[in-house]
Design a protein around this ligand. Structure first.
Ligand code: HEC
Length: 165
């Protein structure tokens, strides 16, 4: 089908795509990359927990996001901005002065493999934790944030698990 187009049509088509791509760059949503000030950090149980959190979680759960180059280019920028903004809403290790109601779910998210978000991993090999690192992070998150899930529904169940150190 493309073969049936004249050279001029193909040039027009290419110009149209370039124009659309450039137009996407003008959508302000993608410019919302920001790193607000670090107000307060949690009282980490150990430097190891902080290190692992910063390797695997902090880009979306702190105000110290390392914005990669492709986060400047729409439409990828929209996805990155959305993940960071939603991640910070749920858990922000730079704003520990405010309530962090999802913090106690952090260890469970790692245990289940839901966090870090799988989409983040191909471009961030440093966030792929091996078994020892994952166990250390889970233990550290429980020690730092607590281990109950959500409200009090799991208090009985999670209280004694993985606490031996
Ligand atoms: C690429 C960005 C990204 C990374 C990296 C990431 N998260 Fe998240 N996280 C999110 C987003 C987005 C949400 C909101 C998810 C939702 O609403 O479904 C979230 C939600 C959460 C929640 C709340 C869960 C809930 O259901 O309410 C916790 C806890 C959490 N993340 C912990 C972590 C931990 C711990 C790590 C590191 C091991 C991590 N995240 C890494 C983006 C990320």
């Amino acid at each position: 089908m493309i073969g049936a187009l004249t050279r001029r049509d193909r040039l027009r088509l290419a110009a149209l795509f370039v124009g659309l791509f450039l137009a996407l760059q003008l959508v302000p949503y993608g410019w919302r990359r920001s790193n607000p000030p670090v107000v307060a950090e949690p009282a980490w149980d150990s430097p190891r927990t902080r290190e692992l959190f910063f390797r695997a979680c902090a880009d979306c759960h702190s105000n110290q996001t390392k914005w990669p180059w492709y986060s400047r280019i729409a439409p990828v920028s929209w996805l990155v901005v959305k993940d960071v903004e939603r991640g910070r809403e749920h858990l922000n290790a730079s704003e520990w002065q405010r309530e962090q109601k999802d913090a106690r779910e952090a260890a469970e998210e790692v245990r289940e493999g839901s966090m870090p978000l799988p989409i983040y991993l191909p471009a961030h090999p440093e966030a792929r934790l091996d078994a020892v690192e994952k166990a250390d992070l889970i233990r550290g998150l429980e020690a730092t944030f607590g281990a109950e899930r959500g409200d009090d529904e799991r208090r009985g169940r999670s209280g004694g698990r993985d606490r031996g150190r």
